[in-house]
Design a protein around this ligand. Structure first.
Ligand SMILES: Cc1cc2nc3c(=O)[nH]c(=O)nc-3n(C[C@H](O)[C@H](O)[C@H](O)COP(=O)(O)O)c2cc1C
Length: 200
């Protein structure tokens, strides 16, 4: 039997998975989430946000996932554009939002209350996502140019982290990513989807 809430063949839920990245870590996280969603029986479209126009493939989705890298204290311009557009929509599907940054390597700094970038982003766009978290990103000094390296060293030193200028450390907590994916599945199961939302 098919119900609105299950992922059986006729009732497969469509979930749109967006990400913005410069160095690739947010893409890896978004890919892992997409794989978890597919394993749960959902249909998922993975979309990279770019500065040359936003994809619009969330039509008919019952949830939207956004995995957004942080640089210099804020999300990337294409992500800002995406969230502004989302915030302006009247019947947008529920949002599962995650920001990726190094402050979140501290487990206690991964919530809307404790992660400064997540808190600022929600306030700036007046968003009330169904799910919101911060994932720790990757520290990759060999990849950074001179200027970026000095800034990251400063951020790391200020937060008691590795400031040596040569380490490459992946801080992403994969169990946290998988838990977030499971929460998205539960959200999609609860969501009636856009067709039902537009019924009188
Ligand atoms: C130029 C630059 C600026 C960054 N600024 C911040 C920052 O302000 N706060 C922070 O916590 N992490 C900061 N980071 C760390 C990134 O958020 C982290 O490397 C993340 O994995 C980047 O995501 P991406 O690989 O998807 O681009 C910065 C990294 C770079 C290279």
């Amino acid at each position: 039997m098919t119900t609105d809430g299950d992922f059986s063949e006729a009732g497969r839920k469509r979930i749109a998975d967006f990400y913005s990245t410069r160095d690739g870590q947010s893409e890896r996280i978004a890919q892992r989430i997409a794989a978890c969603l597919c394993d749960s029986g959902a249909t998922t479209a993975l979309n990279r946000l770019t500065q040359s126009g936003q994809p619009t493939s969330d039509a008919q989705s019952c949830a939207i996932v956004a995995i957004l890298a942080v640089r210099y204290g804020r999300i990337l311009p294409e992500a800002a554009e995406f969230l502004a557009l989302y915030a302006s929509r009247e019947h947008a599907p529920p949002l599962a939002l995650a920001v990726v940054n190094l402050v979140a390597r501290d487990k206690s700094r991964r919530t809307p209350q404790t992660n400064p970038y997540l808190r600022k982003t929600l306030a700036r766009y007046g968003l009330r996502p169904a799910l919101a978290t911060a994932f720790a990103g990757r520290l990759n000094y060999p990849k950074y140019g001179f200027f970026d390296k000095q800034i990251i060293r400063l951020i790391m030193a200020m937060t008691g982290g590795v400031a040596d200028g040569y380490s490459d450390i992946d801080y992403t907590d994969l169990a946290q990513v998988d838990d977030f994916a499971a929460e998205i599945v539960a959200l999609a199961q609860r969501s009636p989807g856009p067709k039902l939302l537009s019924r009188p």
